[in-house]
Design a protein around this ligand. Structure first.
Ligand code: PHE
Length: 453
């Protein structure tokens, strides 16, 4: 079989950071708060954290195992290991899912870009009603949101064709510590607003009567979405890992970081939302109709600081989104490049065009196409639910079964223990999780959702 000279990540830090850069993004800062708000608060968070550690970490390691041992794009990785069996489908499913996610994700990233430019020119609304109206007017518009959506995909495209190391690694290294710092600052600002404590309570005090079957699936979907799990994204990135990368430790570290950022985002949003009277179940608009109030109210005595903080925040949010879109784009780009034997540039163009088309329709679904409903949802919400609640859990389920039951145990052993240099208990725990715990939990949640159990 032909082996391409594959790009490689430079440093150990680079690998963990770039994969963490994929995980940390709008999933944590935009999606997690709105999901928490729609699903009743703290009880949802506990479930989410449980799923991250019980199912997410083994799932991540499973994708790492496939990616690093096959050393190729997602589809070929599964092809190589699955031969002619139906397991091959997992790789194609990943490529398909990642392109749908990139399509709608870019719309939201485009909203961030708009807020960044408005913040830069000092025109951010800070009056509570104006803030809400602004979002509604803007997101239902036609041309500007579409241009930002396409713009964001094109920026992603440019980073991806510059190569794995230069593009991804540099961006991730710069981003993460700064983002964490800013979140701390905004949490403090948000918690100091009048009436903020009710938001903290909503976020930290669980009410288990809120747990419906749907909440289980939403929490599962959110955990997988946030960890970039189930799209073969982690598999593609792991194909660039070196032989010394400790797969289990990396998965654990990334999951920790990802969860911390999500919880911090929640602590930033809910106190402010309760303080200014934004409904916590406002859905996808939640952070956009909440945050400008924080910039206005919390920094009213020092508007210059408010200005700097708002610009920096939207800038970092856009960057966090970018390191995630890069990873989604990379899946398709590596796939078309290696499978169609075209240059990386051409492979990237194919992905960009497909995602722009999806993105345009998703963007319009907030405005002129808002009457077009799929299962009662507009196209953007439909793509979001379809991927998070169906395709990602399915991709993760199949990957766990594939790694747990199909591929030779020796391959798994080599990968998980780094060719026998790490303790073997890791292998035992991992195998038990991917063979039994993950499949049983995911299948039960699916069945529960449909009222079968
Ligand atoms: N994990 C990313 C986020 O939280 C989204 C993502 C999903 C990225 C799937 C890649 C693949 O924003």
């Amino acid at each position: 079989m032909q082996h391409h000279q594959r790009a490689n990540f430079g440093s150990r830090l680079g690998i963990v950071l770039a994969t963490a850069g994929s995980a940390v993004g709008l999933g944590n800062i935009w999606r997690f708060p709105y999901m928490t708000g729609q699903n009743g608060g703290a009880a949802f968070i506990l479930l989410y954290i449980l799923f991250v550690f019980l199912l997410g970490i083994p799932g991540m390691v499973a994708e790492f195992v496939v990616g690093r041992s096959a050393q190729s794009n997602a589809a070929r990785a599964y092809n190589r290991m699955a031969g002619r069996t139906p397991w091959r489908v997992i790789g194609y499913l990943g490529v398909f899912t990642s392109m749908i996610i990139l399509g709608f994700y870019a719309v939201v990233a485009g909203w961030c870009m708009q807020y960044l430019t408005v913040a830069l020119t000092g025109g951010l609304e800070t009056d509570a009603t104006q803030v809400a109206n602004y979002f509604k007017d803007y997101s239902s518009g036609t041309w500007v949101p579409i241009l930002w959506t396409i713009g964001f995909i094109v920026i992603t495209h440019l980073v991806v064709v510059r190569g794995v190391r230069n593009g991804i690694e540099k961006a991730s290294k710069l981003l993460m510590p700064l983002l964490l710092l800013l979140l701390v600052l905004l949490i403090v600002a948000s918690c100091m607003l009048p009436g903020a404590m009710r938001g903290v309570e909503f976020f930290l005090k669980p009410d288990f009567s809120q747990l419906t079957p749907n909440v289980l699936l939403e929490a599962l979907g959110q955990a997988f979405f946030s960890l970039s799990l189930g799209t073969a994204c982690l598999c593609t990135y792991a194909s660039y890992f070196g032989r010394n990368t400790n797969l289990t430790n990396s998965a654990f570290q990334i999951a920790m970081l990802d969860t911390i950022v999500a919880v911090m985002a929640g602590l930033m949003i809910f106190p402010a939302a309760f303080s200014v009277g934004v409904n916590p179940d406002s859905g996808p608009s939640l952070i956009f109709i909440t945050l400008p109030n924080v910039f206005g109210a919390a920094f009213s005595s020092a508007p210059a600081v408010g200005y700097i903080v708002s610009v920096l925040f939207y800038f970092l949010l856009a960057l966090a989104a970018l390191t995630s879109t890069i990873s989604m784009h990379e899946i398709g780009t590596a796939f078309f490049h290696e499978e169609l034997k075209v240059s990386r540039g051409k492979g990237a163009i194919i992905v960009t065009v497909i995602c722009c088309i999806i993105g345009i329709f998703c963007s319009l679904s907030n405005g002129s196409l808002s009457d077009v409903k799929l299962l009662g949802m507009n196209l953007l919400d439909f793509c979001d639910s379809l991927t998070a609640q169906v395709l990602l859990p399915l991709g993760a389920l199949l990957t766990c079964l594939f790694v747990g039951w199909y591929i030779p145990k020796q391959v798994v052993k080599d990968q998980v223990t780094n060719w026998g240099t790490l303790p073997s208990w890791r292998l035992k725990v991992f195998l038990f999780a991917v063979r039994f715990i993950c499949p049983l939990c995911i299948i039960s949640i699916f069945l529960h959702q449909f009222g079968i159990i």
